[in-house]
Design a protein around this ligand. Structure first.
Ligand SMILES: CC(C)(COP(=O)(O)OP(=O)(O)OC[C@H]1O[C@@H](n2cnc3c(N)ncnc32)[C@H](O)[C@@H]1OP(=O)(O)O)[C@@H](O)C(=O)NCCC(=O)NCCS
Length: 281
């Protein structure tokens, strides 16, 4: 009896061009810089076949008690042979008892259900080029550029909203993205990042105490955006979505968030309005 010709191994930097070609083939907008960032901050695996050719990839991001899974791709001609399942089994075993979250495409939903995930939220992808700046919200909070001194407050604020420790991820955004914070007196009331990615620029994560503060943060970042901008808005960002669409952006996708395991919820005093990316959460 012969064994499986497929082997799962850790992803290496030299694998990124092949992984990028997989996401390009399914028409995802990632560029090499996006793959680099996701690779450097995550735990990647690839599955190889005969001749050591890569025939699938997956990554997960460790946020202490929870983790997100993303960039799961098996190229078209290799699908339906159990490779996606093997990649998911690898991640589920590496992640141990962490609660797992992912944003599921229609193609992946059945596989994730079979792996024990169920739908908990949705994400709306809103993007395009603004026809004008959206309306300025009326908030007393002061918006300013994120500085080194803000970082610990940002980590704590995010941990309360997200209910996981994303400090490693956010720390890696700090030098390469433009960050803004909102404060009411000394108290942090929100933060957001803008970075170059995909077809242009992405604003996210956006985490704030209220919709108005989220909009004030976004507006400050949009003042520096020229051309294409993308948001992955969570289920609590309906108002923000309408506000952005009134300024010319379009909804291009609506996908579900799936989760395996329990996760505590924030009391609502801080909310995640936009994801860092669909893979990062
Ligand atoms: C999702 C994806 C990774 C699945 O990979 P795969 O290697 O084909 O999956 P598997 O062969 O391990 O199949 C696992 C299960 O999912 C089911 N499945 C896989 N693709 C499916 C599809 N397109 N429609 C319905 N069910 C599907 C299989 O039937 C299988 O169930 P079974 O064991 O009861 O037969 C692959 O379809 C893919 O890369 N799609 C494009 C990119 C994408 O959308 N990725 C998901 C991102 S969240």
């Amino acid at each position: 009896m012969t064994g499986s010709p497929f082997t799962v191994r850790a992803m290496q930097a030299t694998d990124l061009p092949v992984c990028l070609s997989f996401t390009q083939a399914v028409k995802w907008p990632h560029r090499d810089i996006d793959w680099q960032l996701h690779y450097e901050t995550g735990n990647g695996s690839v599955i190889t076949g005969e001749n050591d050719d890569i025939v699938g990839c997956i990554l997960w991001w460790d946020y202490d008690n929870c983790a997100t899974v993303g960039l799961v791709v098996v190229p078209d001609h290799m699908q339906g042979q159990g490779l996606g399942r093997r990649l998911m089994n690898t991640v589920m075993s590496q992640a141990g008892d962490r609660t797992l979250m992912l944003v599921a495409t229609e193609a992946g939903k059945r596989l994730y259900e079979q792996c024990g995930f169920s739908v908990t939220d949705n994400v709306t992808q809103v993007q395009g080029t603004l026809t004008g700046l959206p309306m300025k919200p009326d908030v007393p909070d002061v918006i300013s550029s994120m500085k080194q001194d803000d970082i610990q407050d940002v980590f704590s604020f995010d941990a309360l909203a997200y209910q996981c420790d994303r400090s490693k991820l956010l720390g890696s955004f700090f030098p390469l993205a433009q960050g803004v914070v909102a404060r009411d007196g000394d108290a942090l009331t929100g933060f957001a990042f803008l970075r170059t990615s995909g077809r242009g620029q992405t604003i996210g994560p956006v985490v704030a105490a209220s919709e108005d503060v989220a909009e004030a943060l976004i507006l400050t970042l949009l003042e520096n955006v020229e051309g294409f901008v993308r948001f992955d808005l969570t289920g609590c960002a309906e108002g923000v979505k309408t506000w952005l669409m009134d300024a010319g952006l379009q909804q291009v996708d609506y996908v579900c968030v799936m989760q395996k395991g329990e996760k505590s919820q924030c009391d609502g005093s801080r909310k995640v309005f936009a994801l860092a990316s669909q893979a990062f959460g």
